[in-house]
Write a protein that binds this ligand. Structure first.
Ligand code: GDP
Length: 476
């Protein structure tokens, strides 16, 4: 009957059309079930192949997760340095590194890599991953257990470590006969040409055999996976629409914990829910001084007024607004500084808008500077990225992974504020993004087959250079 099918639909919507696994305890992670009430829904439908691969992944995670029989066996081999080809489970261990926006992007990248290579993703909780995200996989934790034998080394791995893949290539210590039980992958923006060979099929062939891959990265390296012949077919099947990779994986993986969800929901209902339209403006200024800077304010106003994102004000006369309830816009601003917010808020209080709309400006926090190791700071940063993703129109800052997370989760093509040079507002001030995908800031420019440099942004139509960083790569 129709009642039954309605409730099936409702459950289906709640679980994002099958993207999310059912069977979690709802109360332990409210956001997983309530996100559909704040978000507009997914942008597009995930392929049934993606959904089936995620279910397969969940089964593997259940089979190989911490303290399972297979895990215990593989860990033993790790300790002895010897391993049997038969180890059923292979792992990617993700090292907690860099700001929260970066971490969210690299977790999604590492997860996709695990999916493509039949590995299990384990997350180093570090000091700053606590109480941010719900466990994404049913019945098995994604955290590296406290007694994992390599825990004490995770923070010490670097390009000079003997287990570093690039270093092994440099010193020619990779042989056909022995396979190491663990290899460290240095995919941080300062990586060298040897480390970058990670993105060549030949090296993947070697890495495939290694049970434990330890990965440290601060980059969304997904675009380069799309340039590797060995992953091409599988990625095509997983993502018939290539501009939705982070959108789907992000909505699958990242569910705010109840504490963070409280920050999101309270703020949303208090300041944003009732407006006719919601606009997000994410201000990230990469300058040695904290600001606020007049050229940044000029740029924000030039972009939002030119593109009719915000209404202009009438400084000449105080026109009477027409009778009746005016249309309302709620502007969610995020920034480490409160200076821009105060100026824009005052402007809309002191003068009427040309359109008669009323504009409310809200900024949840002004933390002053990045404080990555403080829990409430990270929780607020995560809540703010999430709140930005709930807006209808989004303006972001160049180079900022904080903004990429918001646009990707929200399924939004933002207006990107160009990066100011010499403290001057660029002209034009902003540009519409080609896609909702994040930018890979430090991609390799290497043709693995020809063994020479190449422009990796010009090889296929769906991997292009980014709007905000000419040498970056993004999926479109
Ligand atoms: P990116 O540096 O812009 O790429 O973004 P990240 O998230 O990786 O690192 C910046 C960090 O600075 C964030 O994780 C926060 O800790 C802090 N931060 C930057 N901008 C904001 C903001 O608008 N609000 C809050 N709450 N924190 C911010």
């Amino acid at each position: 009957d129709s009642y039954a099918s309605d409730s099936v639909d409702l459950l289906n919507d709640k679980l994002l059309g099958g993207l999310l696994a059912d069977g979690f305890d709802e109360k332990s992670c409210l956001s997983r079930y309530q996100s559909a009430t704040l978000h507009k829904g997914l942008s597009g439908k995930p392929s049934s192949y993606l959904i089936s691969r995620l279910k397969k992944y969940e089964a593997r995670h259940r089979e190989c997760g911490p303290y399972t029989e297979s895990y215990n066996k593989t860990v033993k081999e790790l300790a002895s340095g010897q391993f049997s080809e038969s180890s059923a489970c292979k792992y990617v261990v993700w090292i907690s590194f860099s700001g929260l926006g970066n971490r969210i992007l690299t977790l999604a990248s590492a997860f996709l890599y695990a999916l493509l290579t039949d590995r299990v993703l384990l997350v180093d909780p570090g000091v700053d991953m606590v109480d941010l995200f719900c466990e994404p996989f049913p019945d098995a934790s994604w955290f590296v257990p406290p007694d994992f034998p390599l825990n004490s080394q995770l923070n010490n791995f670097n390009q000079d470590s003997n287990q570093c893949h690039g270093k092994m290539l440099k010193t020619k210590s990779i042989t056909n006969s022995t396979v190491p039980s663990s290899v460290y992958l240095h995919l941080v923006h300062d990586y060298d040409d040897n480390d970058k060979l990670f993105f060549c099929d030949e090296e993947q062939h070697f890495l495939q055999k290694v049970p434990w891959l330890i990965m440290k990265t601060d980059n969304y390296f997904v675009p380069s996976l799309f340039l590797m012949p060995s992953f091409e077919q599988e990625l095509n099947n997983l993502f018939p629409k290539k501009d939705k990779v982070f959108h789907f994986l992000g909505r699958y993986l990242f569910h705010p914990t109840n504490n963070v969800w409280g920050l999101v929901v309270r703020y949303y209902h208090a300041y944003l829910a009732k407006a006719d339209e919601r606009v997000g403006i994410q201000i990230r200024v990469f300058d040695t001084e904290p600001g606020p800077f007049p050229h940044v304010l000029d740029q924000i106003l030039a972009c939002t007024l030119n593109q009719n994102i915000l209404p202009d004000v009438n400084r000449e006369q105080n026109v009477n607004s027409s009778a009746g309830t005016p249309k309302s816009k709620a502007i969610l601003m995020t920034s480490l500084s409160s200076g821009y917010f105060e100026k824009v808020r005052d402007m809309y209080w002191e003068y009427p808008t040309m359109t008669g709309e009323v504009v409310g400006i809200y900024q949840p926090s002004h933390e002053g500077y990045q404080q990555t190791q403080k829990q409430i700071h990270n929780q607020k940063a995560w809540a703010e990225m999430y709140l930005l993703s709930l807006t209808d129109v989004l303006v972001t800052s160049s180079w900022s992974t904080f903004g990429y997370v918001a646009q990707g989760l929200g399924g939004l093509k933002p207006w990107i504020l160009y990066k100011p040079e010499n403290r001057t507002a660029p002209n034009p001030p902003c540009q519409r993004a080609m896609s909702m995908e994040p930018c890979f800031h430090a991609p390799p420019f290497y043709d693995c087959k020809a063994k020479r440099g190449t422009d990796t942004g010009a090889l296929v139509p769906h991997v292009r250079h980014c709007e905000d960083m000419s040498w970056g790569l993004k999926l479109v």
